[in-house]
Write a new protein. Structure first.
Length: 328
């Protein structure tokens, strides 16, 4: 293939790409992208670009093609950089994380502590991180709904501490108490809001018998069960033994801002959008922010564009869509 033919093929390829971009809907206006906007992005006069797009530009088409190539390459670099930069930051020291960590440290000293927080406040993540650093003295059990009754709860703790051997509930409970007396240990109980009255009382009984530190982690239902539920009077003994309690229905504003900066997001418009998400009770907190940011980064990459508030809004809208068929 001659150089002239190669150049013409390249020009046609750039023209095809340009017309594809022109046909896209501009989310800011609801109309096809304008030549003015494309011209500004690419760095070519909009009239020149429009004539190039319909193969009627009588000037140096090769120069226009070079400008389009340069624009696409720069956007590809931006998108690649954006995706690399938006890798999940891992552990980030947030104000709420520090508070939950302090509850674990206090419990380790031989106290009962309580953290009742909404979703996306990182309590499970912090607990696992604390556990990894203190495996010689700490044990963590997660109380799924299937463990809400006494026997499955005691079995779960027995397996976590001692063995998988099957025994009666009373025998396992006695052996758990004997095991905990042997050393200064910490029991981290995640999703404790799923536990019923008898289970919570059993943890209190183990505490009284052994002095083991206990940190109960859960949502708002946990504190309601202990302090205002049907068994609040019976649970008065547990309540009186709680040394520290923290209640929080969603992340703090500082949590969100620090978290976003750890992702490399500094834009004020993006901060405003994601603050509204993170600070809305029941929204999913930082977990929901993570999903929106990752989805927005993919949308931006698909358009060869950097992450922006526009893509965050698109990703947020895409988190909940419905297509309903109406039967006549």
């Amino acid at each position: 293939m001659s150089d002239v033919v190669k150049e013409q093929v390249d020009i046609e390829a750039k023209r095809a790409w340009l017309n594809t971009q022109k046909a896209k809907i501009d989310t800011e206006t609801g109309n096809p992208v304008s030549w003015q906007k494309l011209g500004k992005q690419i760095g070519v006069n909009d009239k020149t670009l429009s004539l190039f797009g319909i193969a009627k530009y009588v000037g140096r088409n090769d120069k226009v093609a070079v400008s389009i190539r340069s624009y696409r390459e720069s956007q590809a670099r931006n998108a690649e950089y954006q995706l690399v930069r938006l890798q999940e930051p891992g552990f980030v020291q947030l104000p709420t994380a520090r508070r939950i960590n302090s509850l674990l440290e206090i419990a380790q000293s031989g106290q009962i502590t309580l953290a009742c927080t909404g979703p996306g406040t990182c309590k499970t993540f912090i607990a696992k991180r604390y556990l990894n650093a203190n495996r010689n003295i700490a044990t963590m059990v997660t109380m799924e709904p299937s463990k809400k009754k006494l026997t499955p709860m005691v079995t779960a703790v027995f397996r976590a501490l001692i063995s998988d051997e099957r025994k009666s509930t009373s025998t396992m409970s006695e052996q758990i108490a004997a095991y905990l007396k042997d050393g200064n240990r910490l029991l981290i109980v995640d999703e404790a809001n799923n536990l019923d009255f008898e289970c919570l009382e059993q943890f209190r009984a183990w505490y009284d018998a052994t002095g083991v530190g206990i940190c109960l982690l859960g949502n708002e239902d946990l504190i309601k069960t202990i302090r205002s539920g049907n068994h609040r009077q019976a649970l008065g003994r547990l309540n009186s033994r709680i040394d520290q309690c923290h209640r929080q229905d969603c992340p703090l504003a500082d949590d969100v801002i620090i978290y976003l900066r750890a992702w490399g997001i500094e834009d004020d418009a993006m901060h405003r959008i994601l603050l509204q998400v993170g600070l809305r009770p029941g929204s999913g907190g930082l977990r929901e922010i993570k999903k929106i940011v990752q989805a927005a980064a993919l949308l931006a990459s698909g358009d060869d564009a950097p992450l922006s508030a526009k893509y965050l809004r698109e990703a947020q809208a895409g988190r909940s869509t419905e297509v309903l068929r109406t039967v006549a």
